[in-house]
Design a protein around this ligand. Structure first.
Ligand code: 3HC
Length: 358
């Protein structure tokens, strides 16, 4: 029971719990490779025909660099994202919750690995990517610089942060770069489970004692706005931030929607769920707009967002310190794995030499 039981909210008209439950991931997975049949050899023609660019293809240097930047940032977010939740592994309120949280944190490590592998197909090594994270040249998501103060924060992260992450990542299953698109299909399926466990954890708290309900509400008060900011700066309308990457990334089929469109979709999907949970979203301007067919919502504190990106969030220093220390402490594991791989290769080569000599 990971939230599946609440899918209809006792209301047959209620929508899916998250963006991965809409059938879009399956549709992306069924995307047909028609490159041979269409005889597409040139980058622009492949993009225009909505086909996938593969590592062997020639591609503009800016496209390659944009992908390295985005996929690396995404990979870094997955592994840094293990920290706020890992913080609660030893304090989960039951064995069941603990087992679920361990599985979730382990999934995030796996997502990091899929993504680093996808980035490596663009001609950059994992060591270089991690160096860029550790020396601050590459970012990770703003959201992971907020602290997890209570158990309810684990529910809030699952429901809101994973819910927002999926809203952003489902369209990436149709990204024009094949290895990234394929990595996203499996990631989104796993993230769907994460979002459902968060919803279910909050569901239980909201049906618990007054103190538990207050704890859940406090977590939502703290996570709602950072979750909205996670979609990135405004990139449509009069408040659009200049110099963003959206227009170019959409022209290349990397991004399929603007940050603002995805943020709006997330708000529209989440508000009815909050009502069903009995939680109040901390925005006095949040209301249904009949004319637009969407919820209106208040302005995000963009000063805070840029401050967090520059390193001045509550947990930036702590997250980086922990990451760099863990990396150093893991050096012997990497060395041992490399020595084992070299030994295995040596044995294989010796066996095949013996075979050909016989
Ligand atoms: N956190 C940190 N930096 C962010 C950001 C965020 N939430 N949103 C935007 N930015 C940065 C961009 O990297 C860019 O900076 P740069 O030029 O120095 O690289 C700048 O703000 C302008 O933003 P743009 O919208 O123009 O940048 P992008 O086109 O790259 O779009 C994005 C930003 C929508 C986050 C896009 O990169 C993307 O879709 N990335 C893939 C998904 C991802 O990385 N998600 C992170 C969370 S993963 C996660 O949460 C794990 C899960 O287990 C919960």
């Amino acid at each position: 029971m990971y939230g599946n039981d609440f899918g209809d909210f006792d209301d047959p008209g209620a929508g899916p719990l998250n963006a991965a439950d809409t059938g879009e991931v399956e549709a992306a997975a069924a995307h047909a490779d028609r490159r041979a049949e269409l005889d597409l050899s040139d980058f622009d023609a492949i993009i225009a025909a909505d086909q996938r660019i593969e590592p062997r293809d020639a591609m503009p240097e800016e496209y390659r660099q944009t992908l390295i930047r985005q996929i690396a940032q995404h990979a870094h977010s997955e592994i840094i994202g293990m920290q706020p939740e890992g913080n609660w592994l030893t304090r989960a309120p039951s064995l069941r919750r603990k087992a679920i949280l361990i599985a979730k944190v382990q999934d995030e490590a796996g997502h990091g690995l899929y993504l680093y592998s996808a980035a490596e197909t663009l001609g950059i090594t994992r060591e270089e990517l991690l160096d860029r994270l550790h020396n601050g040249k590459q970012k990770y998501s703003s959201i992971f610089n907020y602290p997890t103060l209570t158990w309810a924060d684990i529910g809030a992260i699952g429901w809101l942060v994973d819910g927002a992450a999926i809203m952003n990542q489902v369209p990436l299953c149709r990204c024009s770069y094949g290895p990234y698109a394929r990595a996203m299909i499996r990631t989104c399926k796993e993230e769907s489970f994460h979002q459902r466990q968060g919803f279910e954890a909050l569901w239980d708290l909201m049906r618990g004692t007054e103190a538990q309900q207050a704890m859940a509400q406090d977590a939502i008060n703290r996570w709602w706005w950072p979750a909205l900011a996670m979609f990135g700066p405004r990139d449509t309308g009069e408040h659009a931030v200049k110099g963003g990457h959206t227009a170019q990334s959409m022209a290349w089929g990397i991004k399929r929607f603007s940050n603002d469109e995805l943020r709006q979709r997330f708000v529209d999907m989440t508000v009815p769920q909050a009502e069903r949970l009995g939680l109040k979203l901390p925005d006095p301007e949040l209301k249904w707009n009949e004319e637009r067919g969407h919820y209106d919502f208040g302005e995000i504190d963009w000063d805070e967002f840029w401050r967090v990106l520059k390193g001045d969030g509550a947990c930036n220093a702590q997250r980086m310190e922990r990451r760099v220390t863990s990396h150093k402490q893991g050096a012997w594991v990497r060395d041992a794995a490399a020595a084992y791989a070299a030994k295995s290769e040596g044995r294989k080569a010796a066996a095949s030499n013996e075979g050909s000599a016989a």
